[in-house]
Design a protein around this ligand. Sequence first.
Ligand SMILES: *[C@@H]1O[C@H](CO)[C@@H](O)[C@H](O)[C@H]1NC(C)=O
Ligand SMILES: *[C@@H]1O[C@H](CO)[C@@H](O)[C@H](O)[C@H]1NC(C)=O
Length: 250
Amino acid sequence: MFALVSILFASFLAPEVSAVIGGDLNCTVYNGTFFVWTPAAVQCQNTIADSSCAILYPTTDTLGLPAAGNNAGRPLACYTTATATPAAVVPDMKTAALANCPKTCGYCCNTDAYSCKNADFPRLNCATITNSQCNSPAWRTIIASDCPSACGFCGQGGCVDAVTNCGNDLSICQNIGMQDFVNNYCQKSCNRCPSTTTSAYGGVTGGSCSSYIADTTTQCAAWASNGFCTNNFYTYAQRRQRCATTCRLC
Ligand SMILES: *[C@@H]1O[C@H](CO)[C@@H](O)[C@H](O)[C@H]1NC(C)=O
Ligand SMILES: *[C@@H]1O[C@H](CO)[C@@H](O)[C@H](O)[C@H]1NC(C)=O
């Protein structure tokens, strides 16, 4: 009995002694057991060489540096001048880390390209978007409109090229035979972004009103959780006509 109790006690204590993300919990998500790094924590590049960051921000964690899904401790110098945990966040240290080594420090989600509001009712879970989704033609345009912060698409106005090399040859934008292609894959470079992109934000940007017309169906909450409010398959007018209140569409 005593052995059982001490095992329970030990496993209860385990999270305390294993790796714990230090400082603030920015760029982490609770996975049911631990706070772990989100993909967006490490999605960006350091602005100075990775090798320099490794020297400036050495890690003492056996798990190594922050990586998506692990709970490696944030290197101390990323957020504090103290030499042992727990340590209080020193804002200047965090600012310097953000400017130079956001990837090494797991602070990518706090950089400008990664910190903006996602859609109110995104069609996918913004917290679990992976690096390969950020680079995938099938995902990029949906992510840009619903979860811009997950891939560093903030400031793109909700619209990106679905493939990453449209800019190599902008003459394709004018080429008659390429119109289907550029309309699908080079919306940003060829200026094909739908002008309604802003309304994809569930009424946030169109939200100058303080009251909304009534929903016309009790299904709105369920539809909203399935992404109806931001689904460009329906026009803004159609979404507003059905679920103006739930979707907060002026
Ligand atoms: C992010 O960091 C800031 C300051 O470092 C802190 O005030 C804020 O509470 C943190 N947010 C989360 C979700 O941990
Ligand atoms: C939570 O993250 C920890 C550390 O990476 C991992 O060991 C654990 O299996 C994860 N738990 C769940 C439920 O995903």
